[in-house]
Write a protein that binds this ligand. Structure first.
Ligand code: BTN
Length: 264
């Protein structure tokens, strides 16, 4: 299907989900899909509402970073109203769904790098941002934001070229964003609906983390810690084992995987 026919209706038709993506708001250009999703959530938008942008002019990454999403990207946010106990699982199910969709549509094997990066051959192809509004013991709303580098060439973006890749660069052809998005929304819904049935999402996420067992540097705020990424807890935190035997629980940070004497 031609990429110029990208629209909300095309995503929704034949999607056959129960709620995720049954309402899609598409803008060819937006500042950030997170901003629109937040407004929608505050106005009580239906759970599963998806905000999509053809390109973002002020895309948001983790830790208040800028997220580059030029034309050819997938940039979307999903509005959800999960139970409090499900919040830590959103990053896990979103990561698993991205890896699945990339595999189904392109055949490529992607890896998950703690906490929220999806890599292909060591380079970042997707970032995931979870935003939530918790009031007391209730989740007012949660938003899963997903940005995938699909049909643009990193040679046009020298500022991220050494650390990022795109699906089109990896397979040397354009990839259907429609197929990626539909597969992603179906898989997110499937995983979301089985959350009450147990912990297999945690175990699957844990098994797919490229980080575990590796020597890593973790940059958390102004602190850089070194050690072996030993395990992850059900709340999504990382346990770092230091060479002196002590350990640190890391809730947020950036992991650099050590490759021999280098870091990546
Ligand atoms: C990260 O790796 O730092 C997270 C990047 C998340 C980017 C996505 S693109 C869709 C949604 N809208 C945004 O502004 N950010 C998220």
């Amino acid at each position: 299907m031609a990429e110029d026919s990208f629209s909300a209706t095309i995503i929704t038709s034949n999607l056959e989900t129960r709620f995720i993506g049954q309402r899609v708001i598409y803008h060819p250009q937006l500042t950030s899909t997170m901003d629109v999703a937040r407004q929608e959530a505050r106005q009580g938008a239906a759970g599963g509402t998806v905000i999509m942008a053809g390109e973002q002019t002020a895309g948001k990454g983790r830790l208040k970073r800028v997220w580059l999403s030029p034309r050819g990207s997938v940039a979307l946010s999903i509005v959800l109203y999960p139970e409090m106990s499900y919040l830590p699982y959103l990053i896990m199910l979103a990561s698993l769904a991205v890896v699945h969709s990339i595999k189904v549509v392109t055949g490529l094997e992607a890896q998950i790098k703690w906490p929220n990066d999806i890599l292909i051959n060591g380079k970042k192809v997707c970032g995931i941002l979870i935003e939530s509004d918790v009031q007391g013991s209730q989740v007012a709303y949660a938003i899963i934001g997903i940005g995938i580098n699909v049909n643009f060439r990193l040679s046009d973006f020298p500022e991220i070229r050494s650390t990022a890749t795109s699906l089109a660069d990896e397979v040397a052809r354009d990839v259907s964003r429609i197929a990626i998005i539909q597969c992603l929304l179906r898989e997110i819904e499937r995983l979301y609906l089985v959350l009450p049935e147990g912990e297999h999402i945690y175990w699957e996420w844990r098994d797919r983390l490229a980080t575990l067992g590796r020597k890593v540097q973790v940059v958390s705020g102004k602190t850089t810690l070194e050690g072996t990424a030993e395990s992850v807890a059900r709340d999504g935190s990382l346990l770092l084992r230091h060479s002196n035997g002590s350990s640190t629980k890391i809730v947020a940070g950036d992991v650099r995987l050590r490759v021999r004497n280098h870091v990546a």
